[in-house]
Design a protein around this ligand. Sequence first.
Ligand SMILES: CC(C)(COP(=O)(O)OP(=O)(O)OC[C@H]1O[C@@H](n2cnc3c(N)ncnc32)[C@H](O)[C@@H]1OP(=O)(O)O)[C@@H](O)C(=O)NCCC(=O)NCCS
Length: 285
Amino acid sequence: MGIPLRTERLWLVPLDSAADAADVHVAFADPEVMMYWDEPPSRDVGETAGRLAGAVGDYWTVRDVDGGPVLGLIGIMGGVDIPGLQWILRRDVWGRGYAGEAAIAFVEYALGELGLERVEAWVDIANGRSIAVARRAGLTERGRLPQRYPHRDRPHETVVMGRARLAEPTVVLNVVVELPVRDVSGTSGLFENVFGCTVLFTEDDFAGLGIGAWSGGRRIHLVTDERPSPVRLSLETVTEFDAIHARAVAAGVQIGQYPVVQPWGRREFVIALPDGHEVTVSGPL
Ligand SMILES: CC(C)(COP(=O)(O)OP(=O)(O)OC[C@H]1O[C@@H](n2cnc3c(N)ncnc32)[C@H](O)[C@@H]1OP(=O)(O)O)[C@@H](O)C(=O)NCCC(=O)NCCS
């Protein structure tokens, strides 16, 4: 169990899920505060108390050193490979640097006394305040993934921010797929048209395609090969699933498997490319 932590202006005190529920509910009931949270606003104090009691992990309340009600929570989710950081504050105390101050102390504690090797924060890319809090606590971007919370009508792009106890070099920065094809220029056009790829460079027998519009992202290289061996690729999208499917159908590309909902909770369909390669496109439900 955790110990209280002191920062310049705050106390972080291990959560008492029953006694603190009424204060925490001020944050949990507020739609603006809950906009990027993985659950919808809580309807009453009882529901908040239930969520706190059922939370898997260890949480601390954030309090002003001069006293007063609980301002929010900071904690680590358990039950996942790399413990996940979460923070939340009542709306009326945002913008004073409290979250950053709490996160700096908390991450030092987690990687120090608690002895964790790594911590992560999964943040909706639109939640700029939370990304700034993660940066302040020394977390840097490590990856991206598509997510959809059951209560939200749309999926979103999640930025995985992380920090390790010991400094570690970046071993591999990117993975580039090299796809053998008979017709580099035709296949390149197909990737542009159906998958929205950007052509980064092109030669007679070689082309570099970027996934999306920006520099430095994932890439696919097409190389000429008279007898290409079939390869399987998987593309994970966030919001483009239906659009890619519609463009593939419109382009007359062969659909190897029509969209299905997989037991692991994602939608998938398969495009069969002329050279025998299969591209599985998957998106959140
Ligand atoms: C995330 C949260 C705890 C941050 O609280 P806060 O009081 O605004 O945090 P701070 O005052 O410490 O400052 C946050 C940072 O956001 C910056 N910021 C303020 N408004 C911003 C905006 N609209 N967009 C991007 N950054 C912003 C601040 O400049 C500050 O950056 P700095 O540390 O580099 O100076 C609070 O907004 C919250 O409770 N949000 C709802 C719950 C939530 O989404 N939690 C995260 C789930 S992953």
